[in-house]
Design a protein around this ligand. Sequence first.
Ligand SMILES: [Zn+2]
Ligand SMILES: [Zn+2]
Length: 279
Amino acid sequence: MSNLPLEIVEMFGQTIAKVVPITIVLALVFSVLTHFWACNPSAPWWRKRELVTDICYWFFVPLLARVLRIGLLVLGASAILNIRGADELIAFYDNGHGPLSELPLWFQGLLFLVLSDLMLYWLHRMFHGGGFWKYHAIHHSSEELDWISAARFHPVNLFLGTIAVDVILLMAGISPNIMLWVGPFTTFHSAFVHANLNWTLGPFKYVLATPVFHRWHHTALEQGGNTNFAGTFPIWDILFGTFLMPENQLPDGYGKDEQAIPSEIVGQLAYPFRHQRAD
Ligand SMILES: [Zn+2]
Ligand SMILES: [Zn+2]
């Protein structure tokens, strides 16, 4: 365990090396797309007031998610599944386990996307209520919503959101190999739904979450803030009565409910705990 700090530094390096090229591609793609199809008139993403805050989350969140996901999986594999030796752990991490891991990889990937999206829909609704809102309010604090805002999540929100859901499904047996294409898909798609684009995808608006769909979710509560909770598949909002896509109207004005939230990352990370004391 003595070289754990070194391993974390190494993992940090690997994560940065992965994130940088993806970021350059996304930056180029969304700069071009928003030039032609902007949803709201606003400065380009690189002139956002809180750009530094978003860039910090952009690099910090994948690293935190990776460390926690691997840590929890190793812990869960040993405590619940009794998988302990290094070779067994590597085999588990490479291939999954049990009947689910025997299914074709594309089907496991699809199953993962659908099941995780359903769980995340309900977790998202949970975060919009009561004591959980102060953590999720950080995500809603972006006033200049754009693709780079996609990673702005408080660690508590991240932990009781994507990380918990990933670990549950991987512990259930789905092979972590599916992350090879599920990972890039969710990264691209979450940047896409936050991008300043007026795209609804026509009839496919019921199939896949679009920028207009998710930007409604980021508007003030009385406008659309309590609708469109689905991350990827709007079917959950249609089924559970929270779908909102008004015809011939575009969402406008984001993060207005959150004026008390600091604009830099350290203040934002502390915000839910300070808020608790002030109650
Ligand atoms: Zn939300
Ligand atoms: Zn969002």
